[in-house]
Design a protein around this ligand. Structure first.
Ligand code: AMP
Length: 216
C-alpha cells in the first residue's frame, strides 16, 4: 500500500506518518526530514536549502522531486511507502504519479488531516525537535521526560527556525492555496479520505487506521 499524508504544517502529518509506517511496516519518506538534514551540511547546497527552510518557503519543485526520486530508487518498496510532506504542489503530485507508474506502482490513498488555523498556530508554538536525531515533541501533547532533552538520543531540543510565529503565518497562507489544489487532484482520482485532527495523537491515529484497514 502506498499513501500520502496531506495537511497544513503541524496538522500532525509527521507524527501520524511515523505511526503508520511502524504499524504497517511501510517505508517512511519525509521530504522535510531529508531537507532539514541536508541543511545542516556546510556545503553550498546545504546553505541554499537552509535559506528556504528558515524563510518557511518551499524548495523548488525540481529539487523536491529529485530527492523523492532518488530515495524511491534506493528503498525496498515492496511493503509500500508513506509519503510525508510530499507532494506539496500540483507539479509534485503529477511527478509522483509518473514516478510511481514508472516503478509499476500507484498511490492507493491520500489521507488529508484537516485542522483549523487557530489549532495549527497553537500546535506549532509548542513544537520542539531534537537537533541531533530529528525526533519531534510537543510541550503539551507529547513532552520529553526531561525538559529540553531528547528521550531518544539525549540531544538538545530546539524550536525549528520555520516555527516562529510570523513564518508560520506565511507558511499557512502559502500552503492553504496549494493544499486546496492537491485536495482536488486526489478527489478526482477518488483516493482522498479526510480525517479531523481534533483530539490526541492516538485518537487521530485510530481514525486513520479505520480508513487504511478498509483499503488494505
Ligand atoms: P515539513 O517538515 O514537511 O513541514 O517541511 C519543512 C520545510 O521543508 C518546508 O517548509 C519546506 O521549506 C521544505 N519542504 C518539505 N517538503 C517539501 C516539498 N515537498 N516541496 C518543497 N519544499 C518542501
Amino acid at each position: 500500500m502506498n499513501l500520502i499524508i496531506l495537511g497544513l504544517p503541524a496538522a500532525g502529518k509527521g507524527t501520524q506518518a511515523k505511526k503508520i509506517s511502524q504499524e504497517y511496516n511501510l517505508t517512511h519518506i519525509s521530504t522535510g526530514d531529508i531537507l532539514r538534514k541536508a541543511a545542516t551540511e556546510k556545503s553550498l547546497f546545504g546553505k541554499e536549502i537552509k535559506k528556504y527552510l528558515d524563510a518557511g518557503e518551499l524548495v523548488p519543485d525540481e529539487m523536491a522531486i529529485g530527492i523523492v526520486k532518488e530515495k524511491l530508487l534506493k528503498e525496498d518498496l515492496d511493503a509500500g511507502v508513506v509519503f510525508d510532506g510530499f507532494p506539496r504542489t500540483p507539479k509534485q503530485a503529477e511527478a509522483l504519479t509518473e514516478i510511481l507508474a514508472e516503478l509499476g506502482k500507484k498511490l492507493d490513498l491520500a489521507i488529508y488531516i484537516k485542522a483549523d488555523e487557530a489549532e495549527i498556530i497553537r500546535r506549532i508554538s509548542g513544537r520542539r525537535v531534537c537537533r541531533d536525531c530529528g525526533a519531534s515533541y510537543h510541550l503539551d501533547y507529547n513532552p520529553p521526560e526531561k525538559e529540553r532533552v531528547c528521550d531518544r538520543c539525549g540531544g538538545k531540543l530546539i524550536q525549528r527556525s520555520d516555527d516562529q510565529e510570523e513564518t508560520v503565518k506565511k507558511r499557512i497562507r502559502l500552503h492553504s492555496k496549494l493544499l486546496a489544489q492537491l485536495i482536488s487532484y486526489y478527489e478526482e482520482k477518488a483516493i482522498l479520505k479526510t480525517v479531523l485532527s481534533k483530539g490526541g495523537i492516538e485518537e487521530v491515529f485510530a481514525r486513520i487506521k479505520e480508513i487504511i484497514e478498509v483499503n488494505l
